[in-house]
Design a protein around this ligand. Structure first.
Ligand SMILES: [Cu+2]
Length: 288
């Protein structure tokens, strides 16, 4: 028994030690992944907040159903066990019980359905966007074309800055080593931004957890979603479709800035790229 306890203690110490080491090696990234983060990333858009609320609500509903169902089951098993002399009742059908166990679940489903449908409809409402950006997936980077709204004509590739060799060596890497890009997607705060996705080669996935959006980028197809970030800051996402050897190295970095900052950024970009024009539909972004 003592030996067993020692083994358990050693295992716990090792687990804690590993976690401690992970803490020391990697820190949380504001607007991105958190150390030991096992739940949603902090939501910063109305849709992400709705998704979080739905998840929480459904977890509680499931928990309550679990407690009631298993509670009734275990109560029956212990209270009416054979060793206590319980005798099974012999009856078939009970209309009241059958109506109850049909009506209650239907009511629960309706209670879940109403907010869930509201969220799905809101997710699909891409009208009245302040601006539109096309995100083109490519092995292994993202291309951004500002198609409509202020900044129209801006077009660039967004590529991971950390060299692959350094990642494989794994020494002294900053927290955002797999999530740092040369050119971030810059958008204004509190504005509805429509994102259309497509791909240059294979299927990629445009996924930004804190915005609550995930949309595949499929060659030959244009798909769309939207977000409205309510807080300035830098937010991180990643390609969410296994797209080849360096799938993990095509991060999405979105910088949400105030409107004056956004106008300043677009003016600066256009000044630095005097020949820039709005790209034709379906054209690949020009590299910068
Ligand atoms: Cu990809």
């Amino acid at each position: 028994m003592k030996a067993m306890n020692k083994i358990r203690l050693a295992a716990a110490a090792m687990a804690l030690g590993t976690m401690g080491a992970a803490h020391a090696a990697v820190g949380s990234l504001p607007g991105g992944p958190q150390v030991l983060g096992v739940y949603f990333q902090n939501p910063v858009t109305p849709i992400a907040k709705d998704e979080r609320m739905l998840m929480d609500m459904m977890l509680w509903v499931c928990l309550c159903i679990g407690v009631v169902v298993f509670g009734a089951m275990f109560y029956s098993v212990f209270k009416f066990r054979k060793s206590k002399g319980a005798v099974a009742a012999h009856f078939h059908e009970n209309t009241a019980v059958e109506i109850t166990w049909t009506v209650i679940p239907v009511l629960i489903v309706i209670a879940i359905l109403i907010p869930a449908t509201r969220t799905v409809i809101a997710q699909e409402n891409k009208t009245d966007a302040f601006m539109t950006v096309k995100a083109t997936g490519a092995q292994w980077k993202w291309g951004y074309d500002y198609l409509a709204g202020p900044g129209k004509g801006i077009s660039f590739w967004s590529t991971l800055t950390t060299p692959y060799s350094e990642i494989y060596q794994g020494k002294n890497l900053p927290n955002n080593f797999a999530l740092s890009v040369d050119h971030e997607l810059v958008v204004p705060v509190d504005k509805k931004i429509k994102i259309v996705t497509t791909s240059d080669d294979v299927i990629h996935g445009f996924y930004v957890p804190s915005f609550g959006i995930q949309l595949d980028a499929i060659p030959g197809f244009i798909r769309s979603t939207w977000f409205k970030a309510e807080k300035t800051g830098t937010y991180y996402g990643q390609c969410a479709q296994i797209c080849g050897k360096y799938h993990s190295f095509m991060p999405i970095v979105i910088k949400v800035v105030t409107m004056p900052e956004y106008e300043q950024w677009t003016a600066q970009w256009k000044k630095a790229h005097p020949g820039s024009v709005a790209p034709a539909d379906g054209a690949a972004p020009s590299s910068t």
